[in-house]
Write a protein that binds this ligand. Structure first.
Ligand SMILES: [Zn+2]
Length: 398
C-alpha cells in the first residue's frame, strides 16, 4: 500500500554518488546555517564553490578577475567559472549550466534546495571536457530564495542585468540549463525521474532534449554513458505552463530561468520536483537520492555533447507548448496516482476520487483535439499532483 520511498534505504555506492553527498553534507551542514544571502554561512558556501571551481580547473571569466560577481544589496556573490571551447574561438556561442546555492537560513539547511543541484553542477563541470563549438559557463547563483525571488536583486537577474563583456549579448547564449531541487525523492513511481520544462519554447532545443531523454531511458543504447553509475534515469518533458500557470492563482515563475526567458534566451529547466520536505527544516542531506543524482551527471554530459552539435541559434517562441508530450507525461503520472496500490502518499479519499476521474478523462483525451477547457483541466491536474507530492493539507480543494 505505501508508495513512499524511504531515502535512508537507498544505496550510495558509486564514487560519484559519494562525492555528490560530500558536497551536500558540507553545503547543507550545520556550520553554514542555511546559506542565507549576506550571512557568514553564505560567504563560506561561496568560498567552497570558488575552491571547487579552482580544483576542477574551471577558468574565471577574464573581465571578472576571478570567480566572483559581486551582487548589489550586500547579498554576497554569484560564482562563475568557464571552460572555453576547445578551439578557443572568441566568438563561439555559450551554453550555461546554472543552479542557485543560497537557501533560507536559520534551521532551514536546504539539502535538496539547492545543494543537490550545486553538487550536480560541480561534478558535471569536473567530468566535462571542453566542447568543440561552445564555451561552457557554470554559474552558482546567489539570492534565488524569498525575499529576493522575482525581484531585481535575485542573483540570476543581476547577472542578466550585468552580463560580462565576453558574453556581451543575450543572443550569444545558445541555451541556458537551470537546475533546482534535483535530489528529492518521495513517491516511488517517480523515484528515478527528473522533469524537463522550458525547451518546448525552442523547437530545436526540444528535439535535442528528447533525443537525450530517449537515450536516458535506454531506448537508444549505442552511446556509452561517460560516467559509470548504478542508477537509472528517466527524463520526462513537462511544459512550463503545467508548472507555472496555476488555476485560481495565475502565472508564477519559480527559479533562475525566468531572467533568461524574459530576454528571449532558449532555456531548459530541470527538477525532480518538490517533496514534503520542501522549505522545511527536514530538508537534510540524508534524504536525497544520490545515485539518481549521479545518473543525472552522466546524462548531463551526454546532453551537453548533443547540444554542441548545433551551432545555428535555436528559435525562441515564448509560450509555445507541446501538448501531446504534456498529455503523455501526465497520463503516466495520473494512471499511477489513480491506482490504490500506487497512489501518492497521503492522498485523501476526495483527492483520490478526483484523480481517478482525471485519469479516466486523460485516457480518452485525443492529443490532436485539445480544447481550451482541456488545457485548464490539464493544468489543474498537474497542480493537484504537485500539491499531493508536497503533502499540503488541502489538496482535495483543487
Ligand atoms: Zn527554495
Amino acid at each position: 500500500m505505501t508508495t513512499a520511498v524511504d531515502p535512508h534505504a537507498l544505496p550510495v555506492s558509486s564514487d560519484l554518488a559519494q562525492r555528490l553527498r560530500a558536497h551536500v553534507q558540507f553545503l547543507a551542514g550545520p556550520d553554514l546555517h542555511g546559506r542565507k544571502p549576506g550571512t557568514e554561512g553564505n560567504r563560506k558556501a561561496a568560498a567552497y564553490l570558488a575552491d571547487s571551481f579552482r580544483e576542477i580547473g574551471l577558468e574565471p571569466v577574464p573581465s571578472l578577475g576571478g570567480y566572483r560577481q559581486q551582487l548589489a544589496g550586500d547579498l554576497g556573490d554569484n560564482l562563475i567559472g568557464m571552460r572555453p571551447a576547445s578551439g578557443r574561438t572568441g566568438s563561439a556561442p555559450w551554453i550555461l549550466l546554472a543552479a542557485h546555492f543560497d537557501h533560507l537560513g536559520g534551521n532551514y539547511l536546504g539539502a535538496d534546495d539547492n545543494a543537490s543541484a550545486i553538487g550536480i553542477l560541480l561534478e558535471t563541470a569536473r567530468a566535462m571536457p571542453a566542447l568543440a563549438h561552445h564555451h561552457l559557463l557554470f554559474i552558482a547563483f546567489n539570492a534565488e530564495e524569498p525575499p529576493h525571488i522575482r525581484t531585481p536583486l535575485m542573483g540570476s537577474q543581476q547577472f542578466v542585468d550585468h552580463l560580462p563583456p565576453e558574453i556581451d549579448l543575450p543572443s550569444r547564449f545558445q541555451a541556458v540549463i537551470v537546475m533546482d531541487l534535483m535530489g528529492g525523492v518521495h513517491w516511488k513511481p517517480i523515484q528515478d525521474t527528473i522533469f524537463a520544462g522550458g525547451a518546448e519554447q525552442s523547437p530545436g532545443l526540444y528535439r535535442r532534449l528528447k533525443e537525450a531523454a530517449r537515450e536516458a531511458s535506454g531506448v537508444k543504447r549505442e552511446a556509452k554513458p561517460l560516467t559509470p553509475h548504478a542508477s537509472r534515469l528517466t527524463v520526462l518533458p513537462l511544459g512550463m505552463h503545467l508548472i507555472e500557470e496555476l488555476p485560481l492563482i495565475g502565472h508564477v515563475s519559480f527559479s533562475d530561468y525566468d531572467a533568461f526567458r524574459n530576454i528571449g534566451v532558449p532555456f531548459l529547466f530541470l527538477s525532480a520536483g518538490r517533496t514534503p520536505r520542501y522549505h522545511q527544516p527536514s530538508d537534510l542531506p540524508d534524504t536525497l537520492h544520490y545515485e539518481r543524482m549521479a545518473a543525472t551527471v552522466g546524462w548531463m554530459q551526454r546532453l551537453l555533447q548533443i547540444l554542441d552539435e548545433d551551432t545555428e541559434p535555436y528559435r525562441f517562441e515564448r509560450g509555445r507548448v507541446e501538448l501531446a508530450d504534456d498529455i503523455a507525461t501526465l497520463r503516466l503520472l495520473a494512471t499511477q496516482a489513480a491506482r490504490e496500490d500506487s497512489e501518492i502518499p497521503g492522498t485523501s479519499f476526495l483527492s483520490h476520487s478526483k484523480m481517478r476521474a482525471d485519469a479516466q478523462w486523460l485516457e480518452r483525451l485525443d492529443p490532436g483535439r485539445v480544447m481550451a477547457d482541456d488545457v485548464t483541466r490539464l493544468r489543474r491536474l498537474s497542480l493537484r499532483m504537485q500539491c499531493l507530492l508536497v503533502d499540503f493539507p488541502v489538496c482535495f480543494l483543487l
